[in-house]
Design a protein around this ligand. Structure first.
Ligand SMILES: [Zn+2]
Length: 556
């Protein structure tokens, strides 16, 4: 019998709000960020970080620009305690960065926490206890008053310990843990009682953090909870409302964004979303979402690859290749129509313009990624991606008619090898298909004169002997094809022609592309030479050679 049964679950009851205002708000500036990588993130690892890994990650967090960093749970873990001591004793905390530590609301743990902080210039002491119905009734077996007592006692003891160390600038933070599962009136009641102990003022605020410890509803419901709380709580102008969302329903970032619209001023999260279960809300995604809207995120992700490398190294966890903004594949287009659209937009783009490129919400170069990574060619790719790659890597600007012809060749190659086609492979394929037809005829020296008509007198090296051919017509290429046509006794007609200078390499060279109809068969070729006319004539000879090689194959 299957255990898959939705009737086992009940829906989260939305809160009744008549005049919610958050849906009309627009985020115009970044919230205050607090990284919890070294605490929440660390707690969730298979192998907790070593002190060395914590040191490396701390340096990265500082470099990215976090001004508040929760560095551990020193009363609960000796490595965390040692790490906090290292930060203080080795003077590792920059002038503009404040460290934060977490503690449960229990006297002995609070005392040990303050011990770890001895000598620090500034610190946030973050005290929490769980307030939800489930936790009250099933975990703590306490009524609401019992939970309030834990919170108030904790707040008092934090205040007491801080008064014993007046040389440090203390900020207090309280979290009603499992806030989202707590009746809203009760959450406000607990917080008000804690604030009555701390007596925060607008010039010395306390932080009230409202965690979605488990994400249990759609983000709009969380936003309602935040707005309702902000409207009801006392000391509103003396507290900084912080949110801390998890990603159980996959909406951790959305919930934090909507919470900011609903009045939250501060957001706790981790780089790339490491954290308990499905993770914490991902600061990279939320900050980059702001960035992509033209808002300064106050964090710097310029070297995204280094960030990804360091996070992976310290957490020993992989990063999904499609992780927003940071994944390996997120600036890569595989589908032909996407590649086509991207190429068109990039070609038209002027660097002073606002960013507006189809399929690319931000400019990958902002994060140290490159355009070359945008296009990868596989059997799903169209002519746009192929043309883009050849132009970027070889300088070949294929005309449309040749893009069509060449893309079918690249596609069958990709299907055959069942993999991504590198630009090197693509260049080899192009040369083999259009540029390697040197038998049976080869163009030697020639002269071009122009009176009423263009006249071409050219030496042609044939399979056995060399001959001189002559042709007269309007245009040198017509004169040449006429001579060639007569001598080989075939009907030769140049149907498409395109040439351009090649910028790759030191000597100026030209490449010519031709499509020639020979006795009813269309053949494409290309050739490179310093002289444009020579490259065009060589391309025509290459098509003639293709024709005779095909005929020979048919006869054989
Ligand atoms: Zn958490």
């Amino acid at each position: 019998m299957s255990g898959f049964d939705h009737t086992k679950y009940s829906a989260f009851a939305p809160i009744k709000m008549a005049n919610r205002t958050w849906p009309d708000q627009v985020i115009t500036h970044a919230p205050n960020w607090c990284s919890v990588d070294l605490r929440d993130g660390n707690q969730a690892l298979i192998e907790p970080m070593t002190v060395a890994q914590k040191q490396e990650l701390f340096k990265l967090l500082v470099k990215v620009g976090f001004k508040e960093i929760e560095v551990g749970f020193p009363a609960a873990s000796q490595p965390d305690f040692d790490f906090v001591r290292w930060l203080i004793e080795e003077d590792q905390i920059p002038e503009d960065v404040t460290i934060q530590v977490l503690t449960q609301a229990r006297d002995t743990l609070i005392e040990r926490t303050f011990e770890s902080l001895k000598g620090v210039k500034r610190a946030i002491v973050h005290v929490y206890n769980s307030t939800s119905k489930v936790q009250r009734e099933q975990v703590f077996k306490l009524d609401q008053q019992g939970i309030i007592d834990i919170a108030v006692n904790g707040a008092k003891h934090v205040k007491y310990c801080a008064e014993l160390a007046p040389e440090t600038q203390w900020t207090f933070e309280y979290s009603p843990e499992s806030f989202t599962g707590t009746e809203m009136e009760f959450a406000v009641e607990v917080v008000n009682q804690v604030l009555d102990v701390w007596q925060p003022t607008p010039s010395h605020k306390a932080i009230v953090n409202l965690p979605a410890t488990v994400e249990v509803s759609t983000p709009n419901v969380y936003a309602d909870q935040i707005e309702w709380f902000c409207n009801q709580v006392n000391y509103r102008d003396a507290i900084e409302v912080s949110v801390h969302t998890h990603n159980d329903r996959g909406c951790g970032v959305a919930a934090a964004e909507l919470a900011v619209m609903a009045g939250a001023q501060r957001v706790e999260g981790t780089l790339l979303g490491n954290g308990e279960r499905t993770g914490n809300m991902d600061v990279v995604t939320m900050a980059m979402n702001l960035y992509s809207q033209g808002i300064d995120p106050k964090l710097d992700f310029e070297d995204m690859d280094e960030i990804v490398r360091t996070v992976k190294k310290c957490t020993q966890l992989p990063v999904h290749p499609r992780h927003p903004y940071a994944g390996e594949l997120v600036y890569t287009a595989f589908s032909g129509s996407h590649q086509d659209a991207i190429k068109k937009c990039l070609d038209l783009r002027n660097n002073e313009d606002k960013w507006e490129v189809a399929y690319l919400p931000i400019d990958p170069t902002d994060l140290g990624r490159s355009y070359e990574e945008v296009i990868r060619v596989n059997s799903q790719s169209g002519k746009g991606g192929i043309a883009y790659t050849l132009e970027q890597d070889c300088g070949f600007q294929l005309p449309r008619w040749l893009q069509v012809s060449f893309s079918s060749i690249v596609q069958s190659f990709a299907e055959h090898t069942a993999s991504v086609v590198s630009s090197e492979d693509m260049k080899k394929l192009f040369e083999a298909t259009y540029m390697s037809h040197e038998q049976p005829y080869r163009l030697g020296a020639y002269t071009h004169s122009r009176n009423t008509y263009d006249e071409i007198i050219a030496k042609l090296q044939g399979p056995t002997t060399s001959v001189e051919i002559t042709g007269k017509d309007h245009g040198a290429l017509n004169a040449f094809t006429q001579a060639l046509s007569e001598w080989t006794d075939t009907k030769i007609d140049v149907q498409e022609y395109h040439e351009h200078a090649l910028s790759h390499g030191s000597d100026a060279q030209a490449i010519s592309y031709v499509q020639v109809n020979i006795n009813g068969k269309k053949l494409e070729s290309a050739a490179i030479h310093e002289d444009t006319l020579t490259s065009s004539m060589n391309a025509i000879v290459a098509s003639v050679n293709q024709y005779f090689n095909l005929v020979e194959l048919a006869v054989a």
